[in-house]
Design a protein around this ligand. Structure first.
Ligand code: BJ8
Length: 423
């Protein structure tokens, strides 16, 4: 029995199924993370957060709710956390990194749906995600076809789904749509929380989220060193934790870790040996506990030096200018920042190609592994142009397609090892 059983039961979790998930998660974490050599001491905090992911963190949220604060769940980096923070509410990313309740999911979604969407459904249907159950509002978004149609079904499964419309083209009209949708979301968050968002509150929300993004940028910059002071797995974990930890505590912990990493860089100490092949990952987001491919890459002796992904730099880059004096000015600044997110649902999307190249250069990657979930058309379609652009620059690229099962692990390992030999 866990000290959190009563809380989980009250949230409506299936305790036996949930226990099964925690066992798998705990075992996987131990195998993938705790055995890594030369881990920075600052990772202890993130180990602790992971060990309490469904425990202490959920308890904090439930206690905040008892004190009148709201919790909002989201599936996409387009949902502006600044607006949520402005009301004192918390935004949490809803984990979508593992298969669960597959048979139930297959009754609701076509088989050729990506694992990320299926996972969200599986966690809900299997009653194993305390964040989904605790959320006062869940925000979906019209991004890829899979997600936007799946939310129609999800709307019947959860009482509190709000769907944000998003542009698909970076045009003036697209920008106007994003601004109108951010204004509509702001109103919805005000209605949910009972808090009126004024400029001061919105600036405070921006400050908190900017600080978080600055800390992540500082961490990323340190990975340019050879040897890289931290493994790609640990850096990915930090990016994953960014979606549900308390943002202020998280920022402090990342900055403390960066102090340690700076000292490591100065001493020439690394997570892997100097000269280990350096790889940039690019593609679909990797949500907790999706660690399969990074683990395979680093087990093969390479170090991942950056993630061109929404759980990574695509999601966290660029700050919001928080100098505006009115809510409208601040909303404009918010749109300026979010409109730069170069998700593959945009057409055309040349900024992403430029960013992959820039990141490869900045982090001194010798090759790029493009990671795509099966049935994810936007990223599959873009994988080819990304590969071509990189090859034109003389940078080797490997396109991989996978899901959340372990069935293809051996095959992935063979392909990754062959790729690393070329670098
Ligand atoms: S801004 S990447 S977080 S939409 S893997 S569900 S695209 S079929 S996740 Fe995303 Fe927002 Fe874009 Fe980022 Fe569809 Fe592909 Fe599945 Fe995906």
């Amino acid at each position: 029995a866990s000290p959190y059983d009563a809380m989980w039961q009250e949230l409506g979790l299936d305790l036996a199924a949930h226990e099964q998930l925690l066992q798998v998660l705990g075992g996987g974490y131990q195998q993938v993370f705790l055995g890594q050599p030369n881990r920075p001491a600052g990772m202890d905090y993130f180990n602790f957060v992971m060990s309490e992911v469904h425990g202490l963190r959920v308890k904090e949220l439930v206690e905040a709710q008892a004190a009148g604060k709201k919790v909002i769940g989201s599936f996409c980096v387009f949902v502006p956390e600044e607006v949520v923070r402005a009301t004192g509410a918390t935004l949490v990313g809803l984990c979508t990194g593992a298969d669960f309740a597959a048979e139930e999911v297959d009754k609701l979604l076509p088989r050729n749906t990506c694992a990320l969407i299926k996972s969200a459904f599986g966690f809900k249907l299997g009653k194993i995600c305390p964040f989904i159950e605790a959320a006062d509002m869940i925000v979906g978004e019209n991004t890829c076809d899979g997600k936007k149609k799946a939310y129609e079904t999800m709307g019947k499964m959860v009482p509190n789904l709000y769907v944000m419309d998003l542009p698909q083209v970076k045009s003036d009209q697209g920008r106007a749509l994003l601004k109108a949708e951010f204004a509509r979301f702001l109103k919805a968050v005000e209605d949910l929380t009972g808090v009126t968002i004024d400029a001061a509150k919105l600036r405070e929300g921006m400050r908190i989220v900017n600080d978080k993004r600055k800390a992540l940028a500082r961490l990323n910059a340190l990975r340019a060193a050879d040897p890289a002071p931290i493994s790609g797995l640990d850096a990915l974990l930090i990016n994953q934790v960014a979606f549900y930890d308390d943002p202020i505590r998280f920022t402090g912990s990342v900055n403390a870790l960066c102090d340690e990493l700076e000292a490591r860089v100065a001493d020439g100490q690394g997570a892997m040996e100097k000269g280990a092949p350096r790889v940039l990952l690019s593609g679909c987001p990797m949500a907790v506990p999706n660690w399969k491919l990074p683990w395979i890459i680093e087990q093969a002796g390479a170090v991942i030096v950056g993630e061109e992904s929404c759980v990574g730099e695509r999601g966290a880059r660029n700050l919001v200018d928080d100098s505006g004096q009115s809510v409208d000015e601040l909303l404009e600044a918010l749109v300026d920042r979010y409109f730069q997110v170069d998700c593959a649902i945009f057409t055309p999307n040349p900024q992403r190609l430029a960013h992959v190249e820039q990141m490869a250069a900045a982090y001194k990657a010798q090759g790029v592994i493009h990671y795509c979930l099966q049935f994810c058309q936007p990223y599959q379609m873009e994988a080819l142009p990304v590969e071509q652009a990189l090859k034109a620059q003389g940078l080797p690229a490997l396109r991989l397609e996978t899901d959340y099962s372990q069935e293809d692990a051996g095959q992935l390992q063979t392909r990754v090892e062959a790729f690393l030999e070329m670098l």
